[in-house]
Ligand binder design. Structure first.
Ligand SMILES: [Zn+2]
Ligand SMILES: [Zn+2]
Length: 292
């Protein structure tokens, strides 16, 4: 009996031993860019947020996926073939980022009557319709969070000119417009890298917002996907990667192997022309593998 107990204790002790690769991957070894003072009109200059440490994150009892749960994306309104491909790549990427299946639901139509207004650049739809009318009916019960994605431009109420998206963390639903990610919206011609740029923007917003659904607050310390942003210009300067403290939170939440996750992300980056991202992850993997 005693021998059995000792074996159990040994097994528990092994289980608790920290994984050195994980400890390295989630520590600052100098391979990450620390944020300087906030630029005028940037998110950090506009909102005085408090940093969320790892212990505070764990204590906040964040949302965690149970076995069989998924993330869901709901396309709403028309998409061109190119735009739909970006949505499909985004679903694929979010599945790798969170190590959780992402289901793209059957597309929904935009409302024909009400919930919109006409602007000089076209029709805009009110986010309230997505959050209060559409999503409660369409959200799968096994979804940790369900995000509607549309190519229509959005506004929250008449006081606002437009909005990129809006989410309800308590209901775990959100809506985002990809319309402004494409040069055509701004009356500009497609450039050679427009597709990659629109893809990068879509990936960034979806994993950032889904990160909030997992209780991760804005990152104030490093250049990181979880940085807040006040504009497209500002979010375009932010990298498509998690800094050490944010990666530690997500790894605690999801329990993935950091190296396997990076390998899958690197393969995605390479396959989709995200070359600076592929290069960064490749270097990161090298450092983790050779860390003593
Ligand atoms: Zn945010
Ligand atoms: Zn971060």
């Amino acid at each position: 009996m005693r021998r059995f107990l000792l074996l159990v204790l040994a097994a528990l002790a092994c289980g608790n031993e920290p994984d050195p690769r994980l400890a390295f991957a989630t520590s600052d070894d100098g391979g990450f860019e620390r944020l300087g003072p906030p630029a005028p009109r940037s998110w950090r200059a506009s909102f005085k947020e408090r940093p969320q440490g790892f212990d505070a994150y764990v204590r906040s009892d964040p949302v965690r996926a149970r076995p069989g749960e998924i993330l869901a994306l709901l396309p709403v309104g028309p998409f061109t073939e190119k735009q739909r491909a970006i949505l499909d790549r985004t679903a694929e990427f979010a599945a790798l980022w969170f190590d959780l299946p992402v289901r793209t639901l059957e597309a929904a139509e935009l409302p024909e009557k009400g919930w919109h207004r006409e602007r000089s650049w076209g029709r805009q739809y009110q986010t309230g319709w997505f959050l209060d009318r559409l999503l409660p009916d369409r959200r799968p019960k096994e979804a940790v969070c369900t995000f509607a994605v549309t190519m229509a431009d959005l506004y929250p109420d008449d006081d606002w000119n437009y909005v990129f998206g809006e989410a309800s963390l308590t209901d775990r639903v959100g809506v985002w417009s990809f319309a402004r990610y494409f040069p055509a919206f701004w009356g500009r011609k497609e450039a050679e890298d427009s597709g990659v740029q629109a893809l990068r923007r879509a990936l960034q917003v979806v994993v950032h917002e889904m990160g909030h659904a997992f209780g991760i607050e804005h990152c104030l310390k490093y250049a990181c996907t979880m940085n807040g942003s006040n504009s497209l210009e500002e979010s375009d300067t932010q990298p498509l990667r998690l800094c050490p403290p944010c990666l530690r939170k997500l790894q605690w939440n999801r329990g993935f192997d950091v190296v396997e996750r990076y390998e899958r992300l690197a393969a995605f980056h390479r396959a989709n022309g995200l070359l600076p991202e592929a290069e960064w992850v490749g270097k990161r993997l090298e450092r983790i593998r050779t860390a003593k």
